[in-house]
Design a protein around this ligand. Sequence first.
Ligand code: PRP
Length: 179
Amino acid sequence: MHPDVEKILLSKEAIDEIVDRMAAQINEDYAGKTLLCVGILKGSCVFMMDLIRRLTDVDVEIDFMVASSYGSSAQSSGDVKIKKDLSRDIEGIDVLIVEDILDTGNTLTKLMGVLRDRKPASLELAVFLEKDLGIERAIKAKYLGGICPDEFVVGYGLDYNEKYRQLPYLGTLKREIYS
Ligand code: PRP
């Protein structure tokens, strides 16, 4: 285990099971169809690559967006900016947004609104984790991996100060690392 990690919340094996389950649902729902999977960089990249390799019954295409809502602060500002947009038009296309974590939901509420206005045939959301904030969000993920505690979680694409994304498990950080 990485020395900065306090506790492993999801082992690699547990993550594999979750992604298997999510992929099975998506394979069933989009069997034989073309699906554009849109990853929201950077956090989603590890999850997205694991997910699409399991979408054996779907014609998968991929694209990416970059959004920023945090600026230099650790708190979501609610002011979401698109820093990199899709490289294609999505009118009439089945689109699945792939994201690592739903925190306040500000980022995805904004992005889903922007993409919906472009008239895709369908627009759904696959989120690996939702933070347990005890709040009602404006958006819900059709495909959800699990709920995680409201702590600094890292690994499996998730970072703290851009580090720990490569860890193959999901863990909490030791308090002295972030305080
Ligand atoms: C994280 C995460 C989501 C967003 C969720 O991204 O990947 O995009 O925050 O927060 P919200 O629900 O409160 O909007 P971050 O801005 O940290 O960038 P990263 O993906 O590059 O780590």
